[in-house]
Design a protein around this ligand. Structure first.
Ligand code: FES
Length: 197
């Protein structure tokens, strides 16, 4: 039995064609693997390497370098709170403290008792104009407040009552393939140019 489903492996095999450098596919591939397996096991990483025809050591090196990848079990919903300068100036530390209190953990990477949540502090997410910002379930959540954090947690504890969702950050949408089972966005038809004269 493989660590990753054939469906996910197929998606991973298709990734290199989307990048000028096939090696660039390793990050979205690891993201898909982590999404399915919950965290990156040695087997999952070696299956990613085989699917991308890359050296397993290289794939493991990427997985261990970036904090967004996890080699240990983590929460089903993960708060990646930016604590870089712009976000800190706009209250990121208070947001971190609120998240910790709300999910009942003391440090980054710790799992909440119900296994649903964990949080981490991360470097700039490239959306400073919306500070304070975090990434949660592949979406960017912006202009964070304690109330907003509470709502996001409540929605995930009672998934039957989702509130309006925000569009993912454009940078993230470019990085990640369409959600599994969902439709890929269709390109807009181009307007025809009129011939002059
Ligand atoms: S400093 Fe937080 S997104 Fe840039």
């Amino acid at each position: 039995m493989t660590a990753l489903s054939e469906h996910v492996l197929e998606e991973i095999r298709e990734l290199p064609a989307k990048y000028p450098q096939p090696r660039s596919a390793v990050m979205p591939a690891l993201d898909l693997a982590q999404e399915e397996a919950g965290y990156l096991t040695a087997e999952a990483m070696s299956e990613v390497a085989a699917a991308l025809k890359l050296d397993p050591g290289y794939v493991e090196g990427v997985a261990t370098f970036y904090t967004l990848f996890h080699l240990q079990p983590i929460g089903k919903h993960r708060f990646y709170v930016c604590t870089n300068l712009s976000c800190t100036l706009r209250g990121a530390n208070e947001i971190v403290e609120h998240v910790k209190g709300a999910i009942g953990v003391h440090e980054g990477g710790e799992l909440s008792k119900d296994g649903l949540f964990s949080y981490e502090e991360v470097e700039c997410l490239g959306a400073c104009e919306y500070a304070p910002v975090m990434r949660l379930d592949h979406r960017y959540e912006k202009d964070l407040t304690p109330n907003k954090i509470d709502s996001l947690i409540a929605e995930r504890r009672s998934p039957a009552t989702p509130s309006a969702v925000e569009l993912p950050h454009p940078a993230l949408r470019a990085d990640l393939p369409a959600k599994r089972g969902g439709e890929k966005p269709k390109p807009k038809p181009r307007a025809r140019k009129r011939k002059s004269g």
